[in-house]
Design a binder for this molecule. Structure first.
Ligand SMILES: Cc1ncc(COP(=O)(O)O)c(C=O)c1O
Length: 425
């Protein structure tokens, strides 16, 4: 029973690692395992820049990585990754993970929720939710503003959930009155929301969804995919009534990829019969084993999250807000149009921007690269070739003395000019 085995990430039983890391592999599946699916995103993303990077070695990576994750990270974070081999039972690692677990509660506004910090990426959080919270046939309402919302829905389907998706057109968000009607119509076990859908840069009204759930369907669990929002957009688990938050290390949390984060409210934990001894044990500074953690990356994430918490969450959110507004103002000034239909839908973590008439993404990406900046192409189904994406989160937002966003804006304006763009503004 793959579902039971996959549950071990939340629970403390110890079946084989493989079934936990690749929980969908053993399924009598009607679809591909989500964790292994080669998406059009990866193909598009890879092919657009691969010719630029051919025959270069790692030392030659000097450009600013201004995509919507992985993002630039502080030197102190990188340094934390360069320790020599370290046991996962080393008291220094245990202290570091304990601190990280405590600080993640601060980042997501909860005093009682339980963080699960494991080796993996954001996608693994989808699998963890499917494997731990849902049974075959349970109803899931997926609020999708694009590629990642759809992907979460596909993952839940692969685990046998009965999924209903509310979609939005590009640049827009699902409507709260639709959510209310849908929640009244069926008994949904969970509702999922992508806080920022990285395909369009649209931010969802998570608080609004929570208020509706409280009013019309209080037993439904609210699950927020915060992979592209964590620490960049305000989210208060306890105050709003969020049950599960999914995140990953490589975006506004300011660390390289490698750590999957899931935070579950006590009511979710209580619904699982077993307690979460592994993470509780680490938090209490006692080592425990369920699978070898990515020791160095977790220590690096501890450093970056510590810096975030030291600044204060409101300060960090405000800095992301400010940088996002500045970047949007700069692109609008030269006549470019953000993908989100209006400012209330625009995320603070990243921007998606329509390409100007006559300029293709590969040409723009190549020009930007020649100015030392790496950007991303579009991924929203049906519109992938028509826009580009830039991340302005993590230290690029919180440490303005780095001028990463200024450098990106300047490179963008120069690149457009070199490609013959004449501002219509
Ligand atoms: C909103 C969102 N959810 C999930 C994912 C998947 O995360 P990962 O690529 O770390 O597996 C991403 C990745 O960019 C994302 O932006």
């Amino acid at each position: 029973m793959p579902l039971l085995r996959a549950r071990a990430i939340f629970r403390s039983i110890s079946p084989s690692y493989i079934s936990r890391a690749f929980p969908t592999l053993a399924k009598p599946s009607n679809s591909l395992p989500v964790y292994h699916r080669l998406s059009s995103y990866s193909i598009h993303h890879f092919s657009s820049l691969s010719n630029l990077h051919q025959q270069q070695n790692m030392d030659s990576i000097t450009e600013l990585c201004m995509i919507p994750g992985p993002v630039e990270v502080e030197a102190s974070v990188l340094k934390a990754m360069s320790t020599k081999a370290t046991s996962h039972m080393d008291p220094r690692f245990i202290a570091s993970l304990s601190e990280l677990i405590k600080n993640l509660k601060v980042v997501f506004g909860s005093t009682s929720a339980q963080p699960f910090v494991i080796a993996g990426s954001g996608t693994l959080g989808w699998d963890q939710v499917a494997a731990n919270i849902l049974e075959q046939g349970d109803k899931a309402l997926v609020l999708s503003n694009g590629y990642f919302g759809d992907g979460f829905g596909d993952c839940l389907k692969a685990y046998g959930a009965d999924v209903t998706v509310l979609n939005a057109k590009i640049g827009d968000s699902f409507k709260l009155d639709q959510v209310e009607a849908e929640l009244k119509s069926k008994n949904y076990k969970i509702v999922t929301v992508s806080h920022v859908d990285t395909s369009s840069g649209v931010v969802a009204d998570v608080e609004g969804v929570c208020n509706i759930v409280k009013r019309v369907s209080p037993d439904t669990r609210v699950v927020v995919d915060s992979v592209c929002a964590a620490a960049a957009e305000r989210l208060y688990m306890d105050k709003w009534g969020v049950d599960v938050v999914i995140a990953a290390s490589q975006k506004a949390l300011g660390c390289p990829p490698g750590v999957s984060i899931v935070i579950a409210s006590q009511r979710v934990i209580d619904a699982l019969n077993q307690r979460t001894s592994i993470m509780q044990s680490y938090e209490a500074k006692k080592g425990a084993y369920f699978a070898t953690p990515c020791v160095q990356t977790m220590m690096a994430l501890d450093v970056s999250v510590r810096h975030i918490v030291e600044q204060g969450m409101e300060e960090v959110f405000s800095k992301h807000e400010k940088v996002s507004a500045q970047f949007t103002e700069a692109i609008k000034r030269v006549g470019l149009r953000p993908v989100p239909l209006d400012d209330s839908l625009r995320s603070n973590a990243m921007s998606a921007v329509w390409l100007p008439e006559g300029i293709s993404y590969p040409d723009l990406a190549a020009k930007m690269f020649s100015h030392g900046i790496v950007i991303s192409g579009g991924i929203f189904k049906g519109y992938a070739t028509q826009y580009f994406r830039i991340g302005h989160m993590g230290i690029s937002a919180t440490n303005q003395s780095l001028h990463n966003v200024d450098a990106t804006t300047n490179a963008l304006l120069s690149s457009l000019k070199e490609l013959g763009y004449k501002s219509s503004a």
